[in-house]
Write a protein of this length. Structure first.
Length: 353
């Protein structure tokens, strides 16, 4: 029904309008207890074999909602009813900011992909904290944190620390976002020296807390192997709890969408099926290089159960969806979880034989 009826209607609207419409309707519908229960029954797979233990947390299943969909923590309770194992909010910044000028979100239907240059548009970390403090669901929530656009890189660490302190009481883990291509010079923080200093400062702040929480690093898919090696070294030295691979790409290679349309869209991060292969390559490289010592959350171009299984087989312990969810709809999470269960059952049967 989603792909045959709902998606064609939503795709009549501009992408950002369609998202706002979806958010509004979802929040309205979920206020009705019967509707919430029906959604849970339809989209949730309850099975102990889906549970995952990672960096001291218990995930009820390995499929999460990637950052960007629920920037301001407005949908945590609603998305809890749609079968996810965890939700990542943000990217959040210390101060509210409008983000980049519109239009800033574009569909590439021929590539099952999106291009965005949102620019960390959010209402500020304090608003998100207030909402999270009132949430009713117990689903695990990650806080994706960044810096304000007007904050120079030499002062960026302070922005991350502000967000860390504010979110600490209301999230289960943190994601340090230094890999968005839509905030000027942000990706320079992925370089060895500034990245080490940022992660080290956050680690020290975390150690001051009564119960330190996992800190993960989200990286770009556009890094060379040499750059990946530097990041791996830092992540193992600091250490961080894990890596999220990957963010969106600035590459425009191998797109089916005609080049004139792509050129007209302009700058922004590309997500969806167009980065499926590269994201998986990065996951496999990190997993192989670290011999599995650094947990990975795989994200990028997951629009089918097979895409999800490939990420897990490449070395990811958990996965996240976003663009694929836009194209495939809420059934995607259930289908992935059922595929994981089928794969687990097949492996168990084979080992017994």
């Amino acid at each position: 029904m989603y792909k045959s009826v709902i998606r064609p209607i939503l795709f009549q609207f501009k992408p950002e309008q369609a998202h706002q419409l979806t958010v509004g309707l979802l929040r309205l519908a979920m206020k009705i207890p019967l509707v919430r229960q029906l959604f849970k029954q339809r989209f949730t797979v309850n099975n102990a074999h889906l549970s995952r233990q990672l960096f001291g947390l218990t995930f009820r299943n390995p499929v999460g909602l990637a950052a960007g969909f629920d920037k301001d923590a407005k949908l945590v309770d609603e998305m809890d009813a749609l079968g996810f194992g965890f939700i990542e909010i943000g990217t959040l910044t210390p101060r509210p900011q409008n983000g980049n000028p519109k239009p800033r979100l574009f569909r590439l239907p021929a590539d099952h992909s999106l291009i965005n240059r949102m620019g960390f548009n959010n209402e500020g970390v304090e608003k998100a904290v207030q909402r999270l403090a009132k949430r009713k669901s117990t689903i695990l929530v990650g806080g994706n944190i960044g810096k304000n656009k007007t904050t120079p890189n030499e002062s960026a660490t302070r922005d991350y620390e502000i967000c860390f302190d504010a979110l600490y009481p209301v999230v289960d883990y943190f994601t340090v976002n230094v890999s968005s291509p839509n905030t000027p010079d942000l990706r320079q923080l992925q370089e060895k020296k500034p990245l080490y200093e940022l992660l080290y400062r956050l680690k020290k702040k975390n150690e001051e807390k009564s119960q330190p929480k996992p800190i993960l690093l989200k990286i770009a898919p556009d890094l060379s192997n040499t750059q990946l090696d530097d990041i791996i070294e830092i992540c193992l030295t600091v250490p961080v709890s894990g890596i999220i691979a990957t963010n969106t790409t600035i590459s425009r290679e191998n797109l089916q969408t005609d080049s004139a349309t792509v050129k007209e869209i302009g700058a922004g991060g590309l997500s969806g099926d167009a980065i499926t292969k590269r994201a998986t390559e990065v996951i496999r490289y990190i997993h192989t290089k670290t011999e599995g010592k650094l947990p990975i959350i795989g994200v990028g171009g997951i629009s089918s159960p097979q895409d999800a299984l490939e990420k897990l087989e490449a070395g990811a312990s958990l996965i996240q969806v976003y663009s694929g969810y836009i194209y495939e709809g809420p059934r995607l999470v259930k289908d992935i979880n059922q595929a994981i269960l089928s794969k687990t059952a097949a492996k168990s049967k084979k080992s017994v034989m």
